[in-house]
Design a protein around this ligand. Sequence first.
Ligand code: GRF
Length: 203
Amino acid sequence: MTVKISVLVSGRGTNLQSVIDAIENGEIRNAEIACVISDKKEAYALQRAEKHGIAGIFVNPADFSSRQEYDQKVLEILKEKGTDLVLLAGYMRIISDELINEFKNKMINIHPSLLPSFKGLNAQKQAIEYGVKMTGCTVHFVEPDLDAGPVILQKTVPILESDTVETLTERLLVEENKAYREAVKLFVDGKLEVDGRIVKIKR
Ligand code: GRF
């Protein structure tokens, strides 16, 4: 069976690209990207989708009067595409509980810190300013509370004294891209078992 993946984006889309590449080079088998949905017309991620023959769909927030209505439209597209797994890859919109609950344990996000530290925006800056020596990224299932769902996997990255937000972000991104495709592969291969907050990886 082919797992149909839909990806929600707002920007550059390196994590989307990592998953596309892993599917194309056979690292992730039995999966396809059904569509890429963006809330930003100019998102580079939409161009990445197009380059790989994937439907890129811009859903304009200005056309909807509430978050619920917007997400209703997104849900309609996700269902129409037969989505089995939703990936958030740099999607900057808050998602309504209704949409999240439709995809319980089937919606995954990546965040650029070792959660539960440094939730929310500018996690790299938060980590530098706090003075931690080690940060990283977290791939997790999405729950209504922001950046709080069950953790699938994490990778660590040291913070150097010479780091700026830009240099740290760049090094983190390399690990993020690896972590995301690894997590998607585990999902697609049916190796993730969720028990409350705990995600076990079947060996
Ligand atoms: C990444 O840092 C991710 O952790 C965060 O948003 C950024 C998206 O980057 N959620 P990209 O669009 O995948 O390149």
